[in-house]
Design a protein around this ligand. Structure first.
Ligand code: PMT
Length: 326
């Protein structure tokens, strides 16, 4: 597939690109419902029953798809299992945050990481009376998943919003950010989703399934505007923003993370290399590069454990600093 197709496209300013993206996106199916859920969640956690206003983090997780047909059969996908986002959500909840988990349908979910791939069929069995029970070998993991998930939902601390396409993702990120604006510096964005870099604008997309048969598939893909800048400057200007940088070549990783930090005015960029991403990451800020490693002497520890502790501490300092300025 050719990203430019050799065609001359008119040069748009960044603002025009952003506008063109949202103008051309198919409207969200359940926009009113999502908006209501966000409003309720943020109001509840601004005045939580434990008496404290919570810190609220939006964790984005999984990869977006860029459809090739309006009645989509084929799409360009992004690599991400959602493990990072789901695991981080668990540690954010432990750190006392309320979490808006914006996730790709079908990707890893918080508290379910230690369950087998097909939890329904592998965790349960029927006995002689045809009653269903949990298999002994998975009993502990199932119990833990259910109790911890129920506690987070019952306390009103976890809101899960699913997306699939780049259109859904960016519209939902925008809605979430605008709703979180009232939180000021107590709001945080932890952008671990792998977001499409190219897409086919809805108006240029064929309606029906592209027919096979021709030797070359000629599709024109347009660059998705990086919304990080808009997020930090317009949608939620006081929020604490963390983005991610993924590379497969460790020689360019830190340089690219540093560049992203400055270009998109993030408070920190988490740099990770594909093959070692579950073992270590580097948190890049304007003054430091901090390597964070999983504690290998503690069985079952995750790199997200020290990572979220570090970011939560930085976020607290940011809130204090912001209130002393006002
Ligand atoms: O889910 P796992 O399998 O556990 O893997 C986790 C992960 C490796 C996917 C995760 O840790 C990670 O690095 N996520 C970001 C991957 C990525 O897409 O990086 P990027 O260099 O393309 O983008 C950098 C940042 O810009 C990201 O925070 C992304 O949200 C943002 N972006 C990207 C493209 C785009 N058009 N707009 C954006 O805002």
């Amino acid at each position: 597939m050719d990203a430019t197709n050799g065609l001359q496209t008119p040069q748009l300013t960044f603002e025009e690109e952003v506008k063109a993206f949202f103008d051309s996106a198919p409207p969200l199916q359940n926009c009113a419902e999502i908006s209501e859920k966000l409003k309720e969640f943020i109001a509840r956690n601004s005045q939580h029953s434990d008496g404290n206003a919570k810190r609220v983090v939006c964790v984005t997780s999984g990869g977006t798809t860029a459809p090739l047909e309006q009645r989509c059969v084929r799409y360009v996908d992004n690599f991400s299992s959602g493990h990072r986002g789901a695991t981080s959500t668990e540690y954010f909840l432990k750190a006392g945050y309320a979490v808006i988990f914006l996730y790709r349908r079908g990707s890893f979910q918080p508290f379910c990481r230690s369950l087998p791939d097909d939890p329904l069929l592998e965790c349960f069995e029927s006995n002689d009376d045809s009653n269903i029970r949990v298999r002994e070998v998975h009993a502990e993991a199932v119990k833990r998943a259910i109790i911890e998930h129920e506690a987070a939902v019952a306390d009103g601390l976890l809101l899960k919003l699913p997306y699939r396409t780049i259109f859904e993702y960016l519209q939902m990120l925008q809605m979430t950010a605008m709703s979180m604006r009232c939180l000021g510096p107590r709001g945080m964005f932890y952008l671990s989703a792998a977001v499409s870099d190219y897409y086919v604008p809805w108006k240029d997309m064929v309606e029906h399934k592209i027919q096979s048969g021709s030797h070359l598939l000629d599709v024109k893909l347009v660059q998705v505007p990086k919304m990080l800048l808009v997020l930090g400057e317009e949608w939620a200007p006081s929020a604490f923003c963390i983005s991610f940088k993924l590379e497969t070549d460790s020689n360019i990783l830190l340089k690219k993370a540093d560049k992203a930090l400055r270009k998109y005015k993030m408070h920190a960029v988490v740099a990770n290399e594909l093959s070692t991403r579950k073992e270590e990451v580097v948190v890049v800020t304007s003054s430091e590069k901090i390597t964070v490693r999983r504690n290998t002497s503690q069985p079952g520890d995750d790199v997200e454990n020290p990572l979220i502790k570090l970011l939560s501490g930085r976020h607290l300092a940011y809130i204090e600093e912001s209130s002393s300025i006002r």
